[in-house]
Design a protein around this ligand. Structure first.
Ligand SMILES: Cc1cc2nc3c(=O)[nH]c(=O)nc-3n(C[C@H](O)[C@H](O)[C@H](O)COP(=O)(O)OP(=O)(O)OC[C@H]3O[C@@H](n4cnc5c(N)ncnc54)[C@H](O)[C@@H]3O)c2cc1C
Length: 431
């Protein structure tokens, strides 16, 4: 039943959408959050699910629980297929929903840059299903390698290739190295895991390009000390059933390809009827609105906004600050306050490369090693949604740290990957 108050529909219960909904709790509006999942996903820790350190329930939190204290907000589990901006309606697989204000916070999906053979075979790391699928795959590959009779097939099973040395590729390769050398080593005493190859391919000329040179060098040293083979200027041109092919023609036999080389705006953006940039992001005004439709806001990974001459990065902090900002704008507009330009306050960036090691860049400050790692732990613990998630994650981290053991290394095959999600293609059955 309508309350007569303006209705704010928020597409996406990620970092941006949830921040917007919660910040509207005192505004005289009805808020409806629509998401195709019933949980908020803490993507920065997806790699820990993939490397068997955390369970999905520690990094995913029910949207309804997250909105419990936002009395004017409701949730609808639905996939939004299109936005009809003229009709002020979103079309979903559960029916049409009309709005007075719309906040599009649908995030991003894997970007395979049109290399279909890689998209068909690589594991992405954007969704919970993908992280679980990768965990199962890694553990299954070790089981197969343990019984492989053919030497070259065993080596192929023991080779993991990660494509893209940004924070996700760096963090995941460090975590897989520790999974193999500190944990699986004890489970597979008869398998020579010193033959495990973890190859991190980067088309550019350095790892972690967004970080300061000193931090990049520290990250590279740490990766190498963990046995990760970092290959710079190595672009992947194709994949086949045997492994990956580089643009130089070199082939690396592998049973595991992980794509961490980039993302693009969620496909929903195409229905907004505005130009998209090469990354599929929507060019918004400095107030985060669509130029012709000020009642439509686009935030987070999906929004392209330049600040000081560069596009804002796809970061959780950007999405959250933008969520707060559009909530203030919407609340203000009810009493005639003009929207103000958004300005991102940089909170810094960090990446961890396994136990006792992280790099962090906060304003002019640079941290590496143990200090960086403790900061990383503290900040991620604070940001995890839900007290239970914090406690269990802390327990699992401590268990892993002291006992070199990961509690969740079960091969629990999830259902087939969601076929409707344009971000990935279901993997073919394991061979
Ligand atoms: C592996 C990984 C590690 C990362 N690490 C960090 C980090 O350390 N620090 C950092 O700041 N950032 C990190 N990021 C980036 C950060 O997660 C994103 O910038 C942030 O999630 C963007 O927030 P958002 O609200 O725009 O989108 P998201 O948080 O992605 O939320 C989008 C929501 O929209 C929903 N949705 C999408 N399409 C539809 C549809 N058609 N219908 C209904 N619902 C839909 C999705 O289900 C999702 O809940 C990482 C990302 C990844 C993938």
């Amino acid at each position: 039943m309508s309350s007569g108050r303006p209705r704010v529909v928020i597409v996406g219960a990620g970092f941006g959408g949830l921040a917007a909904a919660r910040s509207l709790r005192h505004a005289a509006v009805d808020v409806l959050v629509v998401d195709k999942h019933n949980y908020h996903l803490f993507q920065p820790l997806l790699y820990q699910v993939a490397s068997a350190l955390l369970d999905p329930s520690e990094i995913a939190y029910p949207v309804r629980a997250a909105l419990r204290r936002t009395g004017n907000a409701d949730f609808r589990l639905a996939r939004v297929d299109a936005v009809a901006v003229e009709a002020r309606t979103v079309h979903t697989d559960a029916g049409d929903i009309s709005y007075d204000y719309l906040v599009v916070a649908a995030g991003s999906v894997n970007n395979f840059f049109g290399v279909g053979s890689v998209e068909e075979r690589a594991h992405g790391l954007k969704a919970l299903e993908e992280a679980l699928s990768l965990r199962n795959h890694l553990l299954q590959a070790a089981e197969r390698a343990a019984w492989a009779e053919d030497e070259s097939e065993r080596q192929r099973l023991l080779t993991v290739v990660l494509v893209g040395a940004g924070p996700t590729g760096v963090e995941l390769s460090g975590a897989i190295s520790e999974l193999v050398h500190l944990v699986l080593r004890k489970d597979f005493p008869r398998l020579d895991l010193s033959r495990m190859r973890i190859v991190l391919l980067e088309a550019g000329d350095d790892v972690l390009p967004a970080f300061a040179p000193r931090l990049r060098r520290a990250a590279l040293r740490t990766l190498q000390s963990k046995g990760v083979e970092v290959r710079l200027h190595a672009a992947v041109s194709a994949a086949n059933d045997e492994g990956v092919v580089l643009s130089s023609g070199e082939e690396i036999p592998t049973s595991t390809i992980v794509w961490t080389a980039g993302v693009r705006g969620a496909p929903l953006a195409a229905s907004l009827g505005v130009p998209l940039n090469r990354q599929g992001r929507v060019a918004v005004t400095d107030t985060l609105q669509l130029p012709q439709h000020p009642e439509v806001f686009v935030i987070g990974d999906l929004a392209e906004l330049h600040q000081d001459g560069a596009p804002l990065p796809m970061l959780a902090a950007v999405a959250m600050q933008q969520g707060h900002h559009v909530a203030t704008t919407i609340a203000g507009s009810l009493s005639g306050v003009q929207p103000r330009p958004f300005r991102y306050r940089d909170k810094g960036i960090m990446a961890t490369i396994g136990r006792n090691s992280a790099v962090a860049q906060i304003g002019p400050l640079r941290f590496t090693g143990f200090v960086g790692w403790v900061m990383w732990l503290g900040i991620h613990l604070i940001l995890l949604v839900g007290f239970r998630s914090k406690v269990i994650a802390l327990f699992n981290w401590a268990w892993d740290y002291f006992f070199y053991d990961r509690p969740v290394r079960l091969i629990a095959r999830p259902e087939r990957l969601e076929a409707t999600d344009a971000s990935h293609t279901p993997h073919p059955p394991e061979r």
